[in-house]
Write a protein that binds this ligand. Structure first.
Ligand SMILES: NC(=O)c1ccc[n+]([C@@H]2O[C@H](COP(=O)([O-])OP(=O)(O)OC[C@H]3O[C@@H](n4cnc5c(N)ncnc54)[C@H](O)[C@@H]3O)[C@@H](O)[C@H]2O)c1
Ligand SMILES: O=CCCC(=O)O
Length: 544
């Protein structure tokens, strides 16, 4: 399952570091080694090492101009911050620095806001067809550059190249979808109760919106928001995660080429000033809406910070998905879906399963078949062709996953596979792990692990499992397997979540409303509902 420098102690131990054991293909993507230092200890020599890495990355692309270590304000790439500070971006498969981006602050954010504010009147008055054409052109450019965009995702996020390519296409699908939906922003003609009045409701763009995105889908989480915002005529100031800003910059370069007018899209890159910039976006009277994807804790903070200016806030937050396998399920299909729904992006998606509930009569066979599948995973650098699962994003993520596994074992869980880390890896890896005999006293029962750990709980009745599945403040996604049609309706309607997969582990699509209930969020992305987050109704009463 684990290989090269990642081999698990006790399974197949080795002392050779990953970096020295690359395949020839992977060697194409190896970077000069740069010592790990904290950002505050950066020196010019240090910056130049990262610049070398960046030059090396560029040389691997068909179009090197897609990578720029810069933010984007007023249609210009800005490579230095006002403070002169930079922050580092790491390759999570090696733990080495690959780029330094300008660590922007309030001043640059305000400049981006003012630029977007200035651009709003003209952009909001373009026709739907004009906006649609620009989005469609941008979509085509993304597909033309999909291989390069995928490499950039893998470099900074770590996911396997094939998954990164999947993300690029998924991300592009939001531009395609919203280029079409732009033309269908229909209002309503309301049958008037008064013969002397005619009533209509039109839909108008909010204005300038602030967008904050996470690192787990560095491309698609931006396009899902940008596509909808631009389609209705909003202008945008976006702040990508500091772990993965290069994907955002590459998208912006393609947006510039697609003809997005000056000021319509701004991009502020930051690490140190993340909190201050988030607060500034929320409190600015020139920002009319906030759209955030990330953790529930930060989402709550942004919601509070937006209260004083009464902003429309759209939140796509954390989850704690249950995956229920009833006694009448097709077990093989359930196991295949479990692999996808749990281990996609090494467990780092918001809709990843956090708790498996398997009927007690099939718990052992389900666990055994899942173990067999997981043992076949190939964990390693996302750049290597046979890698099925990449690293986690950073050290803190590995520590959280480790603590969840230790906590489960301390409370009586049994390890079916994984759980033992290599001492020889340079990146942020955790071995895909399956635990059984889980119980409610374990942290995994209530906290989102956001990593490659499947914990199997057992149950006996439908009533009991629904109670457990819904016993959480999260409500993003839920999955279940059953062949009983009545039960399928019953359970789908009873799960307290925004999205349900019935006999499937793959639910994401640009045409479907993505979002959660309870503390998993407010609002929907994708689908026609995705436009609602960026528009408001205006009622017009016309006396005749
Ligand atoms: N519901 C969804 O669609 C969805 C999608 C992806 C990720 N997520 C959730 O995101 C979490 C993982 O992502 P993460 O660790 O990057 O989340 P995070 O909340 O730490 O970061 C998300 C973004 O918010 C920024 N940020 C952090 N603190 C901030 C602050 N005080 N003010 C303003 N911005 C701030 C980060 O820089 C990043 O850009 C998980 O909980 C996952 O479930 C949800
Ligand atoms: O991580 C959250 C988004 C995942 C998806 O859109 O499928």
């Amino acid at each position: 399952m684990l290989r090269r420098g990642l081999l698990t102690k006790g399974l197949n131990s080795t002392t050779t570091p990953l970096a020295t054991r690359r395949t020839s293909r992977a060697a194409l993507f190896s970077f000069p080694r740069v010592p790990l230092l904290s950002i505050s200890s950066q020196t010019p020599r240090f910056l130049s090492s990262a610049a070398n890495s960046l030059t090396h990355l560029k040389s691997q692309l068909s179009d090197p101009t897609l990578i720029t270590a810069a933010g984007f304000i007023d249609n210009e790439f800005i490579a230095t911050s006002n403070s002169g500070k930079h922050f580092a971006v790491y390759d999570p498969a090696k733990g080495t620095q690959i780029a330094h981006l300008p660590d922007m602050g309030i001043e640059e954010t305000e400049r981006a806001i003012q630029s977007a504010k200035k651009a709003f009147p003209a952009w909001s008055q373009t026709t739907a067809k004009e906006r649609s054409t620009i989005l469609r052109t941008w979509y085509n450019l993304i597909l033309e550059n999909e291989q390069d965009l995928a490499k950039i995702i893998t470099w900074e996020n770590g996911k396997p190249l094939a998954d990164a390519l999947g993300e690029v296409r998924y991300g592009a699908s939001f531009f395609e979808w919203f280029s079409e939906e732009a033309k269908r922003l229909y209002g309503e003609v309301i049958p008037s109760p008064n013969r002397q009045q005619r009533m209509i409701a039109i839909r108008q763009p909010l204005g300038v919106v602030g967008i904050i995105t996470p690192w787990n889908f560095p491309n698609a989480m931006i396009t899902r928001k940008l596509g909808a915002a631009l389609a209705v005529g909003c202008t945008v100031v976006a702040k990508p995660a500091s772990e993965t800003p290069l994907s955002a910059v590459a998208l912006y370069e393609l947006g510039r080429r697609a003809g997005v007018p000056k000021g319509v899209i701004g991009l502020v890159t930051t690490h140190h000033d993340t909190k201050a910039i988030g607060k500034h976006l929320c409190e600015s009277q020139d920002i009319s809406g906030i759209s955030f994807t990330g953790s529930t804790a930060v989402g709550k903070l942004l919601l509070k910070q937006s209260a004083d200016t009464v902003k429309k806030v759209s939140l796509e937050l954390g989850g704690n998905a249950a995956f229920i396998v009833f006694e009448d399920a097709d077990i093989d299909k359930a196991v295949d879906a479990a692999v996808l729904a749990k281990f996609r992006s090494s467990g780092q998606t918001c809709i990843c399963v956090n708790r498996f509930y398997v009927h007690s009569s099939i718990k052992d066979v389900f666990g055994e078949r899942l173990r067999e599948k997981v043992e076949k995973f190939r964990v390693g650098s996302g750049m290597e062709a046979d890698t099925t699962h990449g690293p986690l994003i950073n050290k803190a993520s590995v520590e959280k996953v480790r603590s969840h596994v230790h906590d489960a074992l301390d409370h009586g869980a049994k390890l079916l596979v994984g759980g033992k880390e290599s001492e020889n890896t340079h990146g942020y890896f955790y071995p895909p792990t399956v635990l059984t005999d889980m119980n409610d006293n374990m942290r995994i029962a209530t906290e989102e692990t956001f990593g490659p750990v499947a914990g199997i709980f057992s149950f006996d009745t439908e009533e009991e499992v629904l109670k457990h599945a819904n016993n959480t403040r999260f409500g993003l996604a839920g999955y279940f397997f059953s062949k009983d049609v009545s039960r399928c309706w019953r359970v789908a309607e009873s799960l307290q979540v925004g999205m349900v997969g019935v006999n499937t582990g793959a639910i994401s699509s640009e045409v479907a409303p993505f979002g959660g209930v309870k503390e998993s969020g407010i609002g929907r992305e994708g689908a026609r509902q995705g436009l609602d987050e960026y528009t408001q109704y205006k009622y017009i009463n016309m006396a005749i």
